[in-house]
Design a protein around this ligand. Structure first.
Ligand code: GLC
Ligand code: GLC
Length: 808
């Protein structure tokens, strides 16, 4: 069952029923001011950091769900409704929500009133615009009232939800004309406030929640809407809100437009006040006047559309399959930008409080955005590197406001260092900018280092931390945060993510070995580029030794072993009771080049197909773990079929897709791709539950009661990796150090497709023909009519080039 449809031309998903199987959200803003917005106007806004600078309040896991948002009510003759459906669950005559790139438009009709609400954050400024049009479709002159409502958060989102004995006393506001200023704690150490305004004279306002709602009401039946009269309340403590009321007269057929703005202002310490106790509003007024007319707002909106058009123009495909086109051209890249911007902080599954920017996560995310925003990616790489320790290990997370490593979680995830090599290599392959290697970014202890030094530290961290089988020590965990082989946790509630009860654990990870072999050759290449030939040799030797160790200890009969536990017993082998096979090492060992000559890669991928494939994608392990295993940790804490214990963990499926393309199996690679790509799952939206336009982290596996149900949409490394798998390995347009490699691996039935790829200043229009209907292999490539040797498009000074690729 579907709840809407894709509008590819406008790059929108149009939702036609408000009660989607879960709130289907979108993101506003891509610089400093952000908003999450659901299809019924739920969600919240924050400045830079969802944890420390939250501007509006939202109640996660509330009843009913999706509580808190940008709420509007229309009042007429004693009756009222919500044009966005929520919060009143109004019985609308028509409804649609269009989630687009950086904006959301909710349109509805009720009682012959047509409402359109457009929400977006303009580029370059810290505010959210709500552009609201109301049209009278009747033949009569009408007098209505429009009420706005949002609830301010007292900035620190966690404190806001817990510290009531203080917070019920601190709330303060000012009202000046049509603008409501939220200035809690501004009297003391804060130098920032937020405001909520409308570009028209108001007939009343409320800033105290209780006065607006009534203590025992919900958002759906506020007291003020019963009378249609605002109380002009001023909040003193308790819960400050912003609500305006506007008297609107509409002739038959007439439409009027209102622009609401929710903004964020910072003042210098010495410029905080206008007069005693009165905040300095100059900056706010300037900002407000920048967007206080339809013309100005429409212009800003156009600018935003252009911005997205430009970002997405770096990679696009023409292909007979519209689902593939919309994933590749629009939604996957869009999600990559969102994960780049927000890491794992704020979604409808991530509270915005618990996690900072992850070292592992963000290094992977940028694999999916380097082609769109190389300059920003470079900055991010430097931020990440600066949280690395001298020995190559890294803070697992850092806080975006301070850019400081997060002590609470610390380090010890031994896959972390290697992701930096993946990231820097991807950046250089995209841009050709080797200079980044020479840029200085000190280690966390302040010691001077270049980016190359960081990569060396990363590489050597693996070499210096080998276990009894010469495989990398896993430390606290590797990519699979839940494989906690040294935790041995018995205390209820203890965090698996931080506890480690066994010091000097000899537990080892075959997955890290596979990653090492995958990233290693790039490190060798970069060492040579830096004229560090001795180091390059040493690295090559380390890679050879790792290969030997994997071949000796990392193979079971028909697939790769996952790990060695604290007792040096293998995990992920046919002799284990549960979890005989894990997905992660299968992908990475093959990407790392193991088993390609002796048929073991094929055998492994057949095993994956036999054991892990399901109608909804590849499960992370099999058989699922039925009881808690103290020597395995969190993975066994999940009921079978959920999360790391046997769900379809969408993040790692692309590793298998890539491995399949390496052995030339385009059918299987694409089968796996289309099983989890959300656009292909649109018809089963009711089962899938989360948005059909973005990936979710997981889909419940076959042992779960809800097999096929997705959770944790939006902020997941799934986005970047699936884009890498489809664009670089299946469509085969792959940036490499010396040019753009063309190496498709596709289903045999595909006859032709065209990719437009902007690469190092040239727009390549690449037409791939598959006359013999094969999976892989390139017979000829012509660049601007001239046949070239090999499969590498070299950069040149032309602005545009036509490329013909004949497979064969
Ligand atoms: C989550 C984490 C990611 C981890 C994965 C597997 O997606 O964000 O860092 O690798 O789970 O445990
Ligand atoms: C839990 C999740 C895992 C995530 C980790 C991050 O362990 O299962 O997916 O990576 O938390 O904190």
């Amino acid at each position: 069952m579907k709840y809407g449809h894709f509008d590819d031309r406008n790059k929108e998903y149009i939702i036609q029923k408000p009660d989607t199987p879960y709130p289907w959200i979108n993101y506003l803003g891509s610089e400093e001011f952000f908003g999450l917005i659901s299809n019924t106007a739920g969600g919240y806004s924050f400045y830079k950091d969802a944890s420390k600078r939250r501007l509006t309040r939202y109640r996660y896991n509330n009843v009913p769900t999706d509580a808190g948002g940008r709420y509007y009510y229309i009042y007429e003759k004693g009756e009222y409704f919500s044009p966005a459906w929520a919060p009143q669950k109004s019985n609308l005559d028509s409804y649609q929500c269009r989630h687009g790139l950086g904006y959301t438009i909710i349109e509805s009709e009720k009682n012959l009133l047509k409402t359109e609400m457009k929400f977006f954050v303009p580029l370059g400024d810290n505010l959210e615009i709500h552009q609201i049009k109301i049209k009278n479709l009747s033949n009569e002159h009408r007098k209505i009232k429009l009420f706005s409502f949002l609830e301010f958060c007292l900035y620190d989102a966690e404190d806001d939800m817990t510290n009531f004995q203080r917070n019920f006393n601190t709330g303060e506001v000012e009202v000046d004309g049509s603008t409501i200023y939220h200035k809690t704690e501004y009297r003391e150490r804060r130098n920032h406030y937020s405001f909520y305004t409308v570009n028209q004279e108001i007939s009343g306002f409320d800033t105290d929640r209780e006065s607006f709602l009534g203590l025992y009401n919900s958002f759906s039946n506020p007291d003020v809407l019963k009378t249609g009269e605002s109380n002009n309340s001023i909040a003193h403590g308790w819960s400050p809100i912003g609500s305006h009321s506007l008297e609107i007269e509409l002739n038959a057929g007439q439409e009027k437009e209102f622009i609401f703005q929710l903004g964020y202002i910072e003042n210098k310490e010495e410029e905080k006040w206008e007069s005693k106790g009165v905040i300095n509003k100059n900056k706010a007024k300037k900002l407000i006047s920048k967007y206080n007319s339809s013309d100005k707002v429409n212009k800003a909106f156009k600018k935003l559309s252009k911005h997205w058009e430009k970002l997405l123009s770096s990679f696009s495909i023409k292909h007979p399959d519209p689902k593939l086109e919309r994933m590749v051209n629009i939604w996957n890249q869009y999600q990559n930008m969102v994960t780049y911007n927000l890491a794992r902080s704020a979604s409808y599954f991530e509270s915005g409080i618990s996690r900072g920017i992850g070292f592992r996560d963000s290094n992977q995310d940028l694999l999916g955005s380097a082609h769109m925003i190389p300059e920003r990616v470079k900055k991010r790489i430097k931020d990440l590197a600066s949280t690395q320790f001298e020995d190559g290990s890294a803070f697992h997370q850092y806080q975006p406001l301070t850019k400081k490593g997060n002590d609470k979680i610390g380090s010890g995830f031994n896959d972390d260092p290697l992701w930096l090599i993946f990231a820097v290599a991807a950046y250089i392959k995209e841009t050709g900018d080797y200079e980044i290697l020479k840029e200085t970014v000190p280690f966390n202890n302040g010691k001077k280092a270049t980016i190359f030094d960081h990569l060396e530290a990363s590489f050597m961290h693996v070499v210096n931390n080998l276990g009894p089988h010469n495989l990398p020590l896993i430390g606290h965990a590797d990519w699979n945060d839940c494989l906690n082989l040294s935790a041995f946790s018995e205390k209820p509630g203890e965090s698996f993510q931080t506890v480690s009860n066994k010091d000097n654990s000899p537990a080892e990870s075959v997955m890290i070995a596979g990653m090492f072999l995958t990233a290693g050759p790039d490190f060798v290449h970069l060492s040579r580029k830096m004229n560090k030939n001795k180091l390059a040799k040493k690295a090559e030797m380390a890679l050879e030794e790792m290969k030997a160790a994997v071949n000796k200890y990392g193979r079971d009969d028909e697939w790769f072993v996952r790990a060695y536990d604290y007792y040096s017993k293998p995990l992920g082998t046919k002799d284990n009771k549960y979890a005989k096979i894990f997905i992660e090492p299968q992908g990475f060992c093959i990407m790392g080049g193991i088993g390609l000559k002796d048929g073991f890669a094929e055998k492994t991928l057949d095993s994956v197909n036999r054991k892990l494939n399901s109608e909804h994608g590849l499960m992370i392990l099999d058989p699922t773990i039925k009881e808690y295993q103290i020597n395995m940790g969190e993975v066994s804490s999940y009921p079978p079929g959920y999360k790391e214990n046997g769900a379809i963990f969408c993040h790692n499926n692309p590793w298998i897709m890539i491995a399949e393309t390496i052995i030339g199996n385009g059918e299987r690679a694409f089968e796996y791709y289309s099983k989890i790509a959300p656009a292909y799952r649109e018809d089963i939206s009711k089962l899938h539950r989360t948005e059909p336009y973005v990936y979710a982290q997981m889909i419940a596996g076959k042992d779960a009661a809800s097999f096929g149900e997705a959770k944790n949409s939006w902020l997941t490394g799934t986005a970047a990796w699936n884009f890498v798998a489809i664009s670089q390995w299946m469509l085969g347009i792959r940036p490499d150090f010396d040019g753009l490699k063309i190496d498709p691996c596709i289903p045999a039935e595909w006859d032709e497709y065209t990719v437009i790829r902007k690469f190092r200043g040239c727009k390549f229009k690449i037409n791939v023909k598959n006359p013999k209907n094969i999976n892989k292999g390139v017979e000829k490539i012509f660049v601007d009519g001239k046949e070239i040797e090999g499969q590498l498009l070299k950069t040149h000074d032309k602005d545009e080039s036509k490329v013909e690729v004949i497979m064969g």
